[in-house]
Design a protein around this ligand. Structure first.
Ligand code: SF4
Length: 352
């Protein structure tokens, strides 16, 4: 059976992406220079700051790589109250954070869909921040309800573009359903973000190139990617990253992603600091990224939201993370983004 990957244009683009992913020496320097120049041309010098609030670590799913999967009994489960969340978000403007990313496990009844809608309304009423939600697969009706409540954006990573590999990593969901969710969100006029892990066991460089090209095909407003890091309390705990011997691949993937998606917001995700301690997110910002996402979850919960081990910034307060991030952005000669940092791709429809 022919697939879209047999299409000649796709093959040409995939080969070009693979060549870039294999760049070394002068060619690698040139790749990074071009990625940074394209970021500057399309996204400017600003770095937008989106604070992440990990409001619940309760999850009904069992993704084989994830530290908070339902079957991991070593995790102390928590769910923040709406009052606690609003209190955290009220401090965002003082820390130059124009967006809150509300993130939790998936398919959990710990914080119901209606309660989340009410929370979105409260945040929009009491603050000026944009609201991004990242809690997985839902029906069109639920996405529409949250949209009506004021949700600006939704993040839902497809993790890998290869359906068989997806099935081997996710025992209770399918790639097709994930992609359907993205289509629905786009139809509803929600700014849509997705992305993938780099180096999950079984990934080839062809799959990595296809991941990058799928982001372009989906015409995403935001794209988040990060290295797979094995968590010891998961079935993949002893399986190394496919590029463990060549961590430069994580930065190359980011640079190539920028070249194929010039006007998408691309965050320097926290996992880069786990791989390159103290410098990872700075390197990401110099190789195509234009967004920083500090952890704004209250300290008392942070240690219980470990999707992977060695997660940075679990002991710092939200204010410390905010100050550190501003320093890092300015030390790179970049400016702090003003306002919510909406999609650069399309006019943002005002929610009635
Ligand atoms: S990746 Fe998301 S859906 Fe999968 S187990 Fe972790 S929190 Fe749950």
């Amino acid at each position: 059976m022919k697939t879209e990957y047999d299409n000649q244009q796709h093959k040409t683009d995939r080969n070009a992406a693979i060549r870039m992913l294999q760049a070394q020496d002068k060619a690698l320097e040139e790749l990074y220079r071009r990625a940074d120049a394209v970021r500057q041309q399309f996204m400017g010098n600003e770095v937008f700051i989106r604070g992440i609030v990990e409001f619940s670590n309760v999850c009904a799913r069992n993704c084989y790589y994830c530290g908070i999967r339902a079957a991991n009994e070593r995790v102390k489960r928590y769910t923040m109250s709406a009052d606690e969340i609003v209190e955290v978000v009220r401090h965002f403007p003082a820390n130059r954070q124009g967006t809150v990313v509300l993130q939790s496990g998936e398919a959990s009844a710990a914080f119901g869909d209606e309660a989340l809608g009410k929370l979105i309304r409260r945040i929009k009423r009491k603050t000026t921040v944009a609201v991004t939600v990242c809690i997985g697969n839902r029906s069109r009706e639920v996405y529409q309800y949250w949209r009506d409540c004021g949700m600006d954006r939704y993040l839902i990573r497809f993790e890998t573009s290869d359906p068989d590999l997806y099935a081997r990593l996710h025992p209770d969901s399918s790639l097709a359903t994930r992609l359907d969710c993205l289509t629905i969100l786009r139809d509803l006029g929600v700014q849509t973000g997705s992305g993938f892990m780099i180096g999950v066991p079984g990934e080839t460089v062809e799959i990595l190139a296809n991941n990058i090209l799928l982001c372009r095909k989906l015409d995403l407003d935001m794209i988040g990617i990060g290295p797979f890091i094995p968590h010891p309390d998961t079935p993949l705990g002893n399986t190394p990253n496919a590029y463990a011997a060549d961590p430069e691949m994580f930065l190359k993937a980011l640079a190539v992603l920028r070249l194929f998606n010039p006007d998408a917001h691309i965050p320097a995700t926290t996992a880069y600091d786990a791989i390159f301690p103290g410098t990872g997110r700075d390197l990401a910002l110099q190789r195509g990224a234009n967004v920083f996402m500090p952890n704004a979850t209250p300290n008392r919960y942070r240690n219980n939201y470990l999707l992977y081990p060695g997660k940075p910034c679990v002991d710092e307060s939200a204010d410390q993370c905010g100050a550190c991030m501003i320093h890092r952005i300015q030390a790179l000669g970049r400016t702090l983004g003003q306002g919510p940092g909406h999609s650069k791709k399309r006019a943002i429809e005002k929610i009635p």
